[in-house]
Write a protein that binds this ligand. Structure first.
Ligand code: CA
Length: 220
């Protein structure tokens, strides 16, 4: 999953970015509200971690812009503003959750899992397609009951395809999910991931629709 982190504090931003990457998220980090709006206009993210006090335009303005434009991306506010009125203002502006600094990275991880689960409309933490089961909480995939040894990016591809099981997922959507703005993408990177996943999860698990994208078939 790809996360946009908006935090102007260098030390905290770096710690959050590294902590979320440890949890296998793809993280883009920007340091002000204007850059956040630019990123949100050009890329798709699974969730937004948003500081409130920011240069150029503050977090509440970013949030209002999102909601006024009908964008339903899950948002966790992270801020030192702990007054009740601030929390209410944040939630009223459209935040899904609110964490007061300082907080533990594990708690942020848990909140992100909860709000992204709600966003896809399933309170379940397991996705199942045929013999393949993906545990969103443990971030583990099993096939015929055996754990599959997946890299972080292979896991991200499977999660995206399984969340959209039965639907076509384009190569561009997969690239956007897997890579941040700063990453170089090898031209055959997605094909390599798909090849490895077929080897690990079965040759028919992922269907290739020539030139259009990929799909995980829902078992009938
Ligand atoms: Ca700040």
């Amino acid at each position: 999953m790809r996360i946009l982190l908006v935090e102007d504090d260098e030390m905290l931003g770096e710690a959050l970015r590294d902590g979320l990457r440890q949890e296998s998220y793809v993280v883009d980090w920007v340091r002000d509200g204007g850059a956040a709006l630019a990123a949100l206009s050009t890329a798709t993210f699974s969730a937004l971690v948003l500081d409130l006090g920011l240069p150029t335009c503050d977090g509440i303005t970013v949030l209002r812009w999102l909601r006024q434009n009908g964008r339903t991306i899950p948002v966790v506010i992270v801020t030192a503003r702990d007054r009740l009125t601030d929390r209410i203002a944040g939630l009223d502006a459209g935040a899904d959750d609110y964490l007061i600094k300082p907080f533990d990275i594990d708690e942020l991880g848990a909140r992100l899992r909860a709000i992204t689960r709600r966003a896809v409309g399933c309170a379940e933490s397991m996705l199942t397609v045929g013999e393949v089961v993906l545990d969103l909480r443990q971030r583990v995939v099993t096939c015929h009951g055996e754990p599959a040894a997946l890299t972080a990016r292979e896991y991200a591809v499977v999660e995206l395809l399984m969340r959209k099981a039965g639907c076509l997922v384009t190569r561009a959507e997969i690239e956007e999910e897997l890579y941040g703005f700063e990453d170089d993408i090898a031209s055959n990177a997605i094909e390599v991931h798909i090849h490895n996943l077929r080897r690990k999860l079965g040759p028919r698990f992922i269907t290739n629709l020539k030139g259009r994208g990929y799909r995980v078939e829902i078992a009938r």
